[in-house]
Design a protein around this ligand. Structure first.
Ligand SMILES: *Cc1c(COP(=O)(O)O)cnc(C)c1O
Length: 249
């Protein structure tokens, strides 16, 4: 028997993904880059595990979540070859142990205290976790992330922590009407990476995780190696749920 519902879900998802992938390829080409340099993370927050599984069948291996509890249920319910889970939301220090056990990559490290706790938990669990430093480039009060001014100092303190492997930077750009307005934000993150590559050359500063549904093509033109895309893949999120974004209950 054909399940019409999941059939049309799959068709929608396939069309959305094809669209996103072709825009990624176009943006990369227009910047003289190879699309292979760019990892697409499907941000599945607020979306059901069924959609995650469908996206996986369409070739998505990297998924982003922003709340520990929600992610825990999905991760527990889905084991598959090559899957990577990325924590992209704010992490409370008391959740460090869970975050280390659940996620392959923690993109939202923005304080020494959090990094130290992640390091401690990773060491205890005998794990090594990839982390990115989250930078609040525009200095928005409502957003997490270390300031541009303090990023270099935080980076220096974090690179030596055991159990963690810093691989680059992450930012969430301000919400704007025209994505061109945030081009300088992405450029500033790339410039910071160049500075860190000089100051702390023994660590890898390969990754720039920047660009979401509204601004990923601009981010790619400015050097993004990771884009984190939710709505353009899975559709709009419900308002009630969207309000909780980035906040742990
Ligand atoms: C929700 C979220 C995304 C995806 O946002 P879309 O606008 O749905 O593409 C990316 N990064 C972070 C940190 C998020 O919280």
């Amino acid at each position: 028997m054909i399940n019409i519902d999941s059939d049309s879900q799959l068709n929608n998802l396939a069309a959305n993904l094809a669209h996103v992938r072709s825009r990624i390829a176009q943006a990369a080409q227009s910047a003289g880059r190879s699309p292979d340099e760019i990892t697409l993370i499907a941000v599945s927050k607020t979306k059901p595990l069924e959609l995650v599984k469908l996206a996986y069948t369409l070739g998505i291996k990297d998924f982003g979540e922003n709340r520990v509890q929600e992610a825990q249920q999905k991760i527990a319910g889905f084991q598959a070859q090559g899957l990577h889970w990325h924590m992209v939301g704010h992490v409370q220090t008391n959740k460090a142990s869970k975050v280390v056990s659940l996620f392959d990559c923690i993109q939202s490290v923005d304080s020494l205290r959090l990094a130290q706790e992640l390091s401690l938990q990773a060491t205890r669990q005998g794990k090594r976790r990839v982390i990115l430093l989250e930078v609040n480039v525009a200095g928005e009060k409502s957003k997490a992330g270390v300031s541009l001014d303090n990023a270099s100092e935080l980076a220096r303190q974090i690179v030596s922590l055991t159990g963690l492997e810093v691989q680059g930077l992450m930012t969430v750009a301000p919400l704007v009407a025209n994505p061109e307005e945030v081009r300088p934000i992405f450029r500033a993150l790339r410039t910071l990476r160049e500075r860190l590559q000089e100051e702390l050359p023994t660590s890898q500063w390969e990754h720039l995780s920047m660009g979401m549904t509204d601004d990923y093509t601009v981010a790619i033109e400015e050097g993004a190696t990771i884009v984190r895309i939710g709505r353009a893949i899975f559709g709009e999120r419900e308002l009630k749920q969207a309000k909780n974004e980035g906040n742990e209950p």
